[in-house]
Design a protein. Structure first.
Length: 152
């Protein structure tokens, strides 16, 4: 299925391309792999969801933050590739969850982003390897940051 048709079916609109937050490339291509720099739950470079899961934020809010990370990633990919249909598969996600002391359910939080990728690309193309880690702080107090590897 066409990725843009699927986005429309899911009533999802890609956000504007996020601004750079430092000295790096948003996407680096090595052969057929695209390495996408960490994306946060931001809009126009400003945090939309901030705070620690298990503290100020619930698991559901963390999952929504992970979904926003994926949408920002897709915006970056669309800008880089010109066509998201060039994505052959999701290879790997590395998710970081700003976690309150004692919170250890990071995989459930990152599931929000993983599920969205499966919904958009289909189970076969959209599910890759994954790691979900807890951390005490993320830039700008964002709740989640995810970096991605895609095959084209």
């Amino acid at each position: 299925m066409n990725v843009y048709d699927k986005l429309k079916e899911l009533q999802i609109e890609l956000p504007p391309h996020p601004p750079l937050g430092g000295i790096y490339k948003p996407v680096k291509q090595v052969g057929s792999l695209l390495f996408v720099s960490g994306q946060g739950p931001t809009k126009d470079g400003k945090p939309v969801i901030a705070g620690k899961v298990g503290g100020e934020r619930t698991i559901e809010e963390g999952q929504e933050a992970a979904r926003l990370c994926v949408l920002n990633c897709l915006s970056v990919l669309h800008h880089f590739l010109g066509d998201l249909n060039k994505v052959k598969s999701v290879v790997k996600l590395l998710g970081f969850v700003e976690s309150a002391p004692g919170f250890n359910r990071q995989p459930e939080v990152i599931n929000g982003g993983s599920q969205l990728l499966c919904d958009i690309f289909g189970e076969d193309r959209g599910k890759g390897a994954r790691s979900a880690l807890g951390t005490n702080e993320l830039p700008g107090d964002i709740t989640v940051e995810i970096e991605f590897i895609f095959e084209v």
